[in-house]
Design a protein around this ligand. Structure first.
Ligand SMILES: Nc1ncnc2c1ncn2[C@@H]1O[C@H](COP(=O)(O)OP(=O)(O)OP(=O)(O)O)[C@@H](O)[C@H]1O
Ligand SMILES: [Mg+2]
Length: 355
């Protein structure tokens, strides 16, 4: 059931349309991520949901409460929205103790002292900060400061947690740990999360559903699995996971490579709907390509140009005409050395029309 609802939400800054007619609904207790490259409108969207930014058009709802609607001249200020927020540059105040940092939003809300104390302690406990309550956050590590920001957002007992790249300043190991902590807090308290990131693995690990955005326009909203397995378009394919795009020209029901006359084997046919395109992209994941010894007439011919050992996987570069493919294999499957000729098989090709 939908809880947070954005209807045709649009934000213009002068000539720039930062967010263009955005529609999505989030369920109670759902973790929903917004993913997209820098400047695609993620923070602007979050700020509109939070109430820090006016909408140019559209509506924001939570349950049956309208929060923002320029047409209806309606706007509820941030402190009345009951949203917890954590932003990229975790703004913890060094001149206040950890305890006072967390209590701050409750003092703003003018709650009774006993309630402030009880809620602050609970949030500190949930984030493992009770023992640091009287210290300055300056003495904490990056992860510790991040916990203070989370505790402060938790203390208000939020209906929705708005998280804007909350882990981007942490090292990779800590990031991974904090992801699970956020998830655990959500399961314990049942709030919904809107999580903004441009790190696709973070979005995949945390989210029930992901929205992929480009230049203020939604490209796809779906589960992590569906986004990965059934990307809506070439942009989504390229943004989630590693990708290869091999240019190919349709000819008589199959394809040839632009730089050579060699036909790509007949087993690889583009979909009928794309046969009339001038140029296609054959999209593939590095882990979904096989290559075998060259005496394999069914494969596309290539030459291994690089082989790098990355621990669990071996990463190959294979030249196909003047294009390059990246292929990844498990380390137990050693494969040919640079210079070797090979035949390539695409295990799960996707086709896109080149514009
Ligand atoms: N206050 C503002 N005035 C003018 N333009 C703005 C303002 N805030 C954002 N923009 C523009 O709106 C677009 C979206 O910006 P936004 O900060 O929402 O992107 P983002 O997806 O959060 O990017 P990043 O991943 O870099 O944080 C950009 O083109 C940006 O320059
Ligand atoms: Mg941003």
């Amino acid at each position: 059931m939908s809880y947070v609802r954005l209807v045709n939400v649009t934000k213009r800054f002068g000539d720039v349309t930062a967010v263009n007619s955005l529609n999505f609904e989030i369920g109670k207790g759902e973790c929903f991520s917004m993913l997209g490259p820098s400047g695609c409108g993620k923070t602007t969207t979050l700020r509109m949901v939070a109430g820090f930014e006016d909408l140019s058009d559209g509506e924001v709802w939570v349950g049956d409460r309208l929060l923002s609607s320029p047409k209806k001249n309606h706007y509820l200020p941030p402190e009345k929205r009951n949203f917890g927020m954590v932003f990229q540059a975790f703004a913890v105040w060094p001149h206040l103790s950890v305890y006072e940092n967390v209590a701050f939003p409750l003092r703003i809300r003018k709650l009774p002292d006993s309630e402030i104390d009880q809620r602050t302690k609970e949030a500190l406990k949930a984030t493992n900060l009770l023992s640091a309550a009287n210290e300055s956050p300056d003495f904490l590590s990056g992860g510790g400061k991040q916990r203070v920001a989370l505790a402060r957002a938790l203390a208000i007992n939020p209906d929705v947690m708005l998280l804007d790249e909350p882990l981007s300043s942490l090292d990779p190991h800590l990031r991974e740990e904090m992801r699970f902590e956020i998830k655990e807090l959500q399961q314990k308290y049942g709030f919904s999360i809107i999580y903004v990131t441009h790190d696709q693995s973070e979005a995949m690990a945390l989210s029930d559903r992901i929205l992929v955005m480009k230049l203020g326009v939604v490209q796809q909203i779906d589960t992590p699995l569906n986004i990965y397995n059934h990307p809506a378009n070439q942009f989504v394919f390229s943004f989630i996971g590693l990708s290869n795009f091999l240019k190919a020209i349709p000819q008589d029901g199959h394809v040839i490579l632009p730089d050579q006359s060699e036909a790509v084997p007949m087993t690889l046919k583009p979909p009928d709907s794309l046969r009339d395109a001038a140029l296609l992209s054959l999209a593939s994941r590095p882990s979904e390509i096989d290559f075998t010894h060259m005496e394999d007439p069914a494969g596309l011919h290539g030459i291994v140009s690089r082989k790098a050992f990355l621990g669990e996987i071996i990463d190959y570069q294979i030249k196909v005409g003047d294009q390059v493919l990246r292929v990844q294999k498990g380390r137990r499957d050693p494969g040919p050395e640079p210079g070797a000729v090979c035949a390539i098989h695409f295990l799960r090709p996707f086709w896109y029309k080149e514009k």
